[in-house]
Ligand binder design. Structure first.
Ligand code: PLP
Ligand code: COI
Length: 340
């Protein structure tokens, strides 16, 4: 397979149109069989549910070229199940889990020339999404939906790659208790745009959100879960009903325990214990593991001992093991790696 002539090593996290995408329509209570199309444009009524009441959700996963030249993706079944949970919460029809995985494979296969080569530092980001496509004017779910999957080659989510970032404690909330923080609804991201633009203008890379109820506990950032490493080498990661259940975070919990013999704690994490941790990182499909060097709390800085130059040693081990599994250098737990 000839790869596209792309400067893989200098890709940022941005959209580039690729050859084919999957499209399936939901009408009269059923999904059609779907097609792969070259048409990257969506055509819908001006009154579509997605345009009026933001009835839309999405997923994100990646495909990789392994060391021995296979094309694989990482745990697509978990994205399918999470999208099912999201759809149920948003009164959208579920796209069946097995069909989701097949469609992901079909899209990667159809765009194999865009899967970055092994060792390039880039990956193929896959974006499944669904939206209400029929007209809705009273507040209610749409009758018709479109499910699509496109893909685009990407580099690191944060400029500077593995260099530690600085984040700030955000005064706005991301998700309410009993709201939609635990699902991947587009609306969660729309309402974070003001805060992320402001964070960037103030010189910060991301926002740390606290729990909206008491502003006592750490939740997550706009696009990733937190991991913390204690001074005695345990992995601590926040638990809350309004955090998105990150597939990367759930995988890292297994990697830490089963591959690195670490103790893992998944529990509410008070903001006032954060300064006690030795290392901090953001984890997610886009972020992979992005080390956090410092957290600004209204001018008061929490600086982690791991510093601003490189990843802390435990974070690095987690990063190397996870990416080793994804790139086929380390044997994966059963079912984690799906060959295209
Ligand atoms: N938290 C939020 C709010 C996200 O948008 C994402 C990205 O998907 C994550 C966490 C990380 O989840 P995952 O590891 O499944 O990509
Ligand atoms: C992902 O990591 O896949 C996400 O959806 C996060 C988003 C901020 C890019």
């Amino acid at each position: 397979m000839d790869k596209k002539n792309i400067d893989w090593s200098n890709l940022g996290f941005s959209y580039e149109v690729t050859d084919k995408r999957f499209v399936s329509n939901y009408q009269n209570g059923a999904w059609d069989e779907g097609i792969l199309t070259e048409d990257a444009t969506v055509r819908i009524t001006e009154c579509a549910g997605v345009l009026q009441y933001a009835q839309t959700c999405f997923e994100g996963l990646k495909a990789y070229t392994t060391e021995d030249g296979r094309t694989v993706c990482f745990r697509p079944d978990l994205n399918a199940v999470r999208m099912k949970d999201t759809c149920e919460r948003l009164k959208m029809p579920v796209f069946p889990v097995d069909r989701f995985v097949e469609a992901v494979k079909g899209v990667v296969r159809a765009n194999e020339a865009y899967v970055p080569p092994y060792g390039s530092g880039a990956t193929l980001y896959i974006r499944p999404y669904m939206f209400g496509s029929s007209a809705v004017i009273g507040v209610s779910p749409a009758d018709e939906y479109q499910f699509r999957i496109f893909c685009t080659p990407v580099g690191p989510y944060f400029k500077g790659g593995a260099k530690p970032i600085t984040i700030r404690v955000c005064d706005y909330d991301r998700a309410a208790p009993r709201g939609t923080g635990h699902i991947k609804a587009g609306l969660n991201y729309a309402m974070s745009l003001y805060q992320i633009v402001d964070a960037h203008e103030q010189g910060f890379d991301e926002n740390m959100y606290l729990d909206a109820g008491s502003r006592t506990y750490v939740e997550e950032t706009g696009g990733a879960n937190f991991i913390f490493i204690t001074k005695d080498g345990r992995l601590v990661t926040p638990k809350s009903g309004s955090i998105l259940p990150s597939i990367t975070r759930r995988s890292l919990m297994v990697v830490a325990e089963k591959y690195l013999g670490m103790e893992v704690e998944h529990r509410p994490v008070r903001f006032d214990e954060v300064s006690e941790f030795a290392e901090c990182g953001l984890c997610g499909t886009a972020a992979v593991i992005s080390p956090v060097g410092a957290i600004d709390d209204h001018g008061k800085k929490i600086c982690f001992p791991s510093g601003m130059e490189e990843m802390g040693p435990v974070t690095k081990k987690l990063y190397d093991t996870l990416t080793g599994i994804q790139m086929g250098r380390i044997e994966a737990p059963e079912g984690w790696i799906v060959e295209i």
